[in-house]
Design a protein around this ligand. Structure first.
Ligand code: APR
Length: 320
């Protein structure tokens, strides 16, 4: 069986980390595409030379020609401009919308059968725009946000409870970052829901509220610390988990930005919900009943995404 092909559109900090992870895991051959001349080829060569040491076999190629992504099984998109300190994700809208247009057209022309994972921010709007510009089926285009948000949440919870990360599960819904909706009732340590853990005296509601807040602004905290650019290790790992679920038909249940057609009362938008990713792309949207605060917060999140789409349509009339 021929190796799978993974195209990374955007070969910056996340793109380079994606290439490293994909090669180390021998997920397939890797194409690094970027508009920057030379840089993707440089990263591909550097990574290739790690192969003999690590013992992985993968062809890595850097390119600025869309033809090289032809026939890709998976495309992971990070092309665009990352947040600078003080800049909100939404400030990026205008710049990155143009990038999504070029990328969507490149995918449509060269690998229309691929499973596409978008990481570029503002995520919930960019994944929608990328789908529109590419014309791919909705079940083949998803956004990476929830896996990262829940990983951040799990990390903070594991620290607070002083238990292994592996035993902490987190359930998050909604938009990326500020409007993320963690559902504590479905977040657990070895199956024990967080509210029960509070009753058991493992922590307090106040501490949980602080962790939720820190998770929501988790991306911003890293932007401030780095001083130049945004997070890349955890975002890359999160997207790789989604790609593996597709390539290996694992049917993982992962929180992702997916196209909704009535689930959660939402129609025609990309919003973060748990989905099953398998060989057919998005195979199922997991719909739970929301009530109280989670319901109100989810609606806030949906309204924020709607606002972004209105702004996108204002910038590019072809999206009307
Ligand atoms: N086509 C292809 N690549 C492009 C294009 C384009 N039209 N425009 C910009 N790029 C490339 C840049 O040359 C750069 O190498 O996208 C790359 C982005 O890499 P970084 O600036 O290092 O950004 P990164 O940290 O990888 O984040 C990428 O993911 O999390 C989001 O907010 C983040 O939107 C940002 C994206």
């Amino acid at each position: 069986m021929a190796r799978k092909k993974i195209a990374l559109v955007g070969a910056g900090m996340i793109g380079g980390t994606l290439a490293h992870l994909a090669a180390m895991k021998e997920m397939g051959d890797v194409v690094l595409f970027d508009i920057a001349e030379g840089m993707p080829a440089g990263k591909a060569l550097d990574l290739s030379q790690a192969g003999p040491v690590e013992g992985f076999d993968a062809n890595l190629k850097g390119t600025s020609d869309y033809k090289d992504i032809a026939g890709a099984d998976v495309v992971i998109v990070t092309a665009g401009v990352p947040r600078k300190p003080g800049m909100s994700r939404d400030d990026l809208l205008g710049i990155n919308l143009k990038v999504m247009k070029a990328v969507g057209e490149g995918i449509k022309a060269n690998c229309p059968d691929a499973f596409v994972i978008c990481i570029t921010n503002p995520l919930d709007a960019m994944v929608w725009a990328l789908r529109e510009f590419s014309g791919l089926p909705h079940n083949k285009v998803v956004g990476m946000a929830g896996v990262l948000d829940s990983a951040r949440f799990r990390h903070f919870l594991a620290e607070e409870f002083d238990v292994s990360m592996e035993d902490v599960t987190a359930f998050v819904l909604g938009g990326h970052g500020d409007t993320m909706v963690p559902v504590l009732e479905y977040s657990t340590v070895a199956g024990i829901p967080v509210p029960d853990l509070i009753k058991m005296g493992w922590s307090t509601q106040e501490k949980m509220d602080a962790i939720v807040q820190r998770t929501r602004s988790g991306g911003g905290e890293i932007v401030q610390l780095l001083g130049n650019g945004s997070a890349y290790y955890a975002p890359a790992t999160s997207a790789i988990q989604m790609a593996e679920s597709y390539l290996k038909d694992k049917k993982r249940v992962l929180p992702c930005a997916a196209h909704l057609t009535g689930q959660y009362g939402v129609d025609g938008l990309y919003v973060g919900v748990p989905i099953v990713i398998g060989a057919n792309g998005v195979e199922r949207v997991v719909e739970i009943e929301l009530n109280g605060e989670a319901k109100a917060n989810f609606q806030k999140s949906v309204d924020a995404v709607k606002e972004l789409l209105v702004a996108c349509k204002g910038i590019d009339s072809s999206l009307g």
